[in-house]
Design a protein around this ligand. Structure first.
Ligand SMILES: C[S@@+](CC[C@H](N)C(=O)[O-])C[C@H]1O[C@@H](n2cnc3c(N)ncnc32)[C@H](O)[C@@H]1O
Length: 451
């Protein structure tokens, strides 16, 4: 990369800063400070989801990461990346070292590492406080209460802390086995199976009584994905209004039913069937009674135990929705799931797969290739400014981290469009349309009809 490319990157950064400055000045609010606690309702945080601010933020993150990669010694970048898994460990400030009976010196060193990544503040030597980033994980309870009843620690939280715990536990421990599995082609290929000595896939293992707290944490963690992917996005792609009252939406592997609940709130005439494994459906019943009892009382939602590797019992579905489900599984298993839905479908049934379509990092990456350009929504409308990577690099890193994490846990993958088309076709569905939701993550609603 030449010096002029560095200049181009710094121009991208300067332009993004201009956009931030203009938007905050016009709204008359201060830009949020990192040293303050996080409050999602604060106008300065709300303004972050303004489309222009969001786009500028993506460019700024991508350019800042790219200019860092160029400017820093390559070996230092490689070594810092090699330690990146440590960023996933969320810890409290020094004063809770006593109830946790951890070594306060070690706690301080870990917190200092996090503070160096702008997570927590070291306000004076060995004294740490929350900042905006660490406070997103606050469980809202004093540490004495948390340690008195650790099994209740996540109750009543948004799910962000549950998601981080899941990343630091099952995901991190599984990731430690990825290299060994790769270099042992004759041995066990699934990193989580190696790490936890499993005899069954993660989700079946979760249903064991001794894993109830892991399963509860996972359900809450999935609910917590709403923090980075606002739940209203379900209305910003697929057109739910095309379906008359009485139409049946089956949320396959729906978890607590967070997404179908949002659909039902806006279209209360739709009948929801939320399907999942038994322990999750038990949690889903409590979740719906707490958050949308009216729909339960009107019998407009059925919370049904169903294993999606078995024939689909609902034969009158208008929509089968699968959010973050197909990406959990290998092609072979995803085809079994979708084939059961195809066998139960009416000619007019649609499937709506809610997940990301992975852009390649190559120059053609964002738009995929011309063989798919006839599919509405296949081509990404906007390319990032040069010389940013076509997939916006580190600004989209989460997508690629999750891709590898899903592989480590259960052998699934975040798929490219071509891979999705293939899986749809092999299970009797034609991928007809993609709705790209606004926002940094680029979540897609991928629509299929029976072949
Ligand atoms: C990644 S989560 C997504 C949950 C939900 N759709 C959401 O977006 O929050 C995958 C879901 O698939 C469920 N699941 C896994 N194996 C299953 C099976 N064999 N049958 C039914 N559900 C299953 C899990 O319990 C979990 O709730």
């Amino acid at each position: 990369m030449s010096i002029s490319s560095l200049r181009l990157l710094s121009n991208v950064i300067a332009q993004a800063v201009d956009t931030f400055e203009g938007a905050y000045a016009r709204a008359g609010v201060e830009f949020p400070l990192l040293d303050e606690a996080y409050d999602p309702a604060d106008p300065s945080e709300v303004l972050r989801s303004d489309p222009a601010v969001e786009a500028a933020s993506m460019n700024l993150v991508a350019a800042a990461a790219q200019i860092t990669a160029v400017a820093r010694q390559p070996v230092v970048t490689a070594l810092v990346s090699g330690h990146a898994f440590q960023n996933l460990v969320g810890l409290h400030a020094k004063e809770i070292a006593a109830p946790s009976r951890a070594d306060p010196g070690l706690i301080a060193r870990i917190l200092r590492l996090l503070a160096s990544h702008h997570i927590f503040l070291e306000v004076s030597p060995d004294v740490f406080a929350n900042n905006k980033i660490s406070s997103t994980l606050d469980k809202g309870k004093p540490s004495a209460v948390l340690f008195e009843k650790p099994e209740d620690r996540l109750n009543g939280t948004t799910g962000s802390a549950a998601l981080l715990e899941f990343l630091g536990d099952e995901c991190f421990k599984s990731a430690s086995q990825l290299g060994d599995a790769l270099l042992d082609p004759e041995g066990e290929q699934n990193p989580m199976t190696r790490a936890f000595q499993l005899k069954e896939p993660m989700f079946n293992w979760f249903t064991r009584p001794e894993n109830r707290s892991r399963s509860n944490r996972f359900d809450l963690a999935m609910h917590g994905t709403a923090a980075s992917e606002p739940i209203e996005l379900i209305h910003k792609g697929y057109d739910w209004s095309q379906w008359a009252a009485g139409s049946v939406v089956v949320d396959v592997g729906g978890g607590l039913g967070t997404t179908s609940m949002e659909v039902a709130r806006k279209y209360p005439g739709l009948k929801i069937v939320n399907q999942d494994l038994a322990p999750t459906i038990e949690n889903a019943k409590a979740h719906w009674m707490q958050h949308f009892p009216a729909h339960v009382e009107k019998k407009m939602v059925e919370l049904q135990v169903h294993d999606f590797f078995q024939p689909q019992p609902v034969k009158n579905a208008d929509i089968f929705m699968l959010r973050h489900v197909i990406h959990d599984w290998s092609d072979e298993k995803a085809i079994v799931i979708l084939r059961h839905l195809r066998d139960a479908a009416k000619p007019t049934t649609q499937i709506v797969v809610v997940e990301n379509v992975v852009p390649l990092a190559s120059p053609a990456g964002a738009s995929q290739d011309s063989s798919v350009s006839h599919i509405p929504g296949a081509v990404v409308p906007q390319s990032p400014p040069a010389p940013l990577l076509s997939n916006r690099g580190v600004a989209m890193a989460m997508l690629y981290y999750y891709d590898i994490t899903i592989h480590n846990l259960i052998g699934g993958s975040n798929r490219t469009l071509q891979a999705l088309i293939k899986v749809f076709k092999k299970s009797g569905w034609e991928l007809v349309r993609i709705h790209r939701c606004p926002g940094p993550e680029g979540k897609c609603h991928i629509v299929g009809v029976p072949i």
